[in-house]
Write a protein that binds this ligand. Sequence first.
Ligand code: UD1
Length: 387
Amino acid sequence: MPETWPADLGPVICVVGARPNFMKMAPILRAFAAHVPAIPTLLLHTGQHYDRDMNDRLFEDLRLPQPDINLGIGSGSHAVQTAEVMKHFEPVLEEHKPSCVLVVGDVNSTLACTLVAVKKGIPVVHVEAGLRSYDRAMPEEINRVLTDQIADLLYTTERSAADNLAREGIAAERVRFVGNVMIDSLLSNRQFARAPAATVAAGGGDPTLIAGPQGYGIVTMHRPSNVDDPGVLASLLGVLREISEALPLVFALHPRTRNNIERFGLQHLIDSPSMIMLPPQGYLEMLGLMAGARIVLTDSGGLQEETTALGVPCLTMRENTERPITVDQGTNTMVGRDVAAIRRQTAETLAGHGKSGRVPELWDGHAAERIAADLASWLLARHVIAN
Ligand code: UD1
């Protein structure tokens, strides 16, 4: 391995777009800078998420540098959002001549940038590859399947991912099991997590509500399948309200959910002192809230993994998960949108029968370093062959 990066081998363009990308990219950028030779990077933000709660606070908490390039595309339908990213990303590739494009996760920005780069003959590296819910009604599943099919190097977080990829005809030499970069972020930031009472107070809630011996639970939900249908949203809020009578619940409300509660006239369902409604939270606030909770009820992908790493019981309000290791080895239980199952599993958890689980293989805080070492070798070997 040379001491310095070859002058004629371009930077890695590292793409982020939406909130769940930020905690995955932060450790990657640090590991690339610390690698010998340092791997040059350009941080590109598509602008899919843009406001203070969904974007700026996370950049600050994760100590992410300001993006070198921001495409500023904002919200829109899937087609509009994807097309806008593609249109604006193409000239960036022409200008900067990257050695490769690195994408993370499964948001629209991930697929849009992958499509553009691959068609321009630029290698694409996908971090968190191979996860499958086998539910094609989820936009993220489409993004995952298509990105993995055309990307050149696929870094995976759990061993089941390689089986999923093999089933789709993807050659094993493109796949590398490196562990979970999101858990790198969690472990390196745990010491900085904010106290839950302070977070509740800062969000306008009454911190004494979560201070009692009964503790508190955390709720997040934003999946279109849970929050875009008035009947489904009302029944989920109804059972959560019931649970909150025994256990105060702290909600971190995604803008989609907040808008829909208003649009469907469901405010009365959340109008209860033991349902503490907060705006979307920063990374360190969410970490502190999760670590201190007795239970987490969510439809997020990331929280399923973070609760497994923290050893906190998690009930996932979805019919399927693309992260089966959190169920097989971790603290996660799938409850779907089934009100009776949510009620029953919550009662069992609060009675002390929640899953304790164990931390999966290679979720050890060093995944980004493994990616840096592997990717540097791969890019340098290709460079030697090309010259
Ligand atoms: C996106 C991802 C999803 C991820 C989620 C995390 C896709 C297909 N979905 O969904 O996988 O779990 O991010 O949040 O990429 N909005 C704001 N401020 C913002 C951004 C969005 O208020 O900074 C509102 C807008 O009303 C927007 C809506 O949220 O229309 C949805 O945003 P969008 O990026 O389209 O999808 P998410 O539901 O956030």
